[in-house]
Design a protein around this ligand. Sequence first.
Ligand SMILES: NC(=O)c1ccc[n+]([C@@H]2O[C@H](COP(=O)([O-])OP(=O)(O)OC[C@H]3O[C@@H](n4cnc5c(N)ncnc54)[C@H](OP(=O)(O)O)[C@@H]3O)[C@@H](O)[C@H]2O)c1
Length: 244
Amino acid sequence: MTLAHHRVVITAAGRDFGRTLALRFADRGAEVHLSARTLDAAERVRDEIRAQGHGADRVHAYACDLTAPASVREFAAAVAARTDRVDVLVNNGSRYQHGTDLLSASDEDVVDTLASGATGTVLATKAFLPLLLKSPRPDIVTMVSGCGEAGHHRSDAHDAFYAAKSAQAGFTEILSRRLRDRGVRVISLYPPDFDNHDPLSEAWEGAPRTAKDPLTAQSLVDCVFFAIGQPRDCFIKSFHFEQV
Ligand SMILES: NC(=O)c1ccc[n+]([C@@H]2O[C@H](COP(=O)([O-])OP(=O)(O)OC[C@H]3O[C@@H](n4cnc5c(N)ncnc54)[C@H](OP(=O)(O)O)[C@@H]3O)[C@@H](O)[C@H]2O)c1
């Protein structure tokens, strides 16, 4: 499936899965607007994508701190200065916090974990919604986590991370319902810990994968492409995964 007509915004694409998504969307021909907490990190990924042969006018880098409302608004305004619509918003950014003991995280860690994952997702979606509503095929993709599933308890993530992911789950659930009539699909992924192979490494394709292996970033990218590639009467709402 080519995505040559898609204009895509990805948060926190300076490393790991966000970077992978940015590289993969660019592979499919999409116009990519990627952010990272620092402009340097975003520009590094932008330059990697350009080095793969993607046109300089088809990939753009921005700074965005998801915990700062003004930064999110400035990101959306900077994208709006370049394009009059956005077809896909990927809410990828969310700080991880490790630790099964509530007391193991400082108050600042707790605030930052919730602000980046929960508040940041709401703010980014709000900031980009006007541009999404100008698209004939708007999709909002959110990287939640198994930690956002009711009753989930298998991760060593901190309670604040569980809270952030549960907030994303609640937000996208109601948003999906409320934006249905306006044609906006709200697609959420609830993966367990997955293998963030570098998409530029040889291991991306080809390595044997069995039921004992962890889920890979490649499968998650494939889920995203599958969901956004469906006809517009097909509203895939979520992807859930059985853990190893
Ligand atoms: N990896 C997994 O096994 C797994 C499993 C389930 C769900 N997920 C979810 O999938 C998404 C991507 O996962 P990942 O493995 O790539 O995560 P990751 O390696 O923990 O990276 C987190 C990303 O979020 C960014 N971030 C943190 N705080 C931010 C802030 N205040 N403003 C903007 N960006 C901020 C980080 O930027 P910096 O580089 O500046 O720190 C980084 O790019 C996340 O939402 C994650 O919760 C991941």
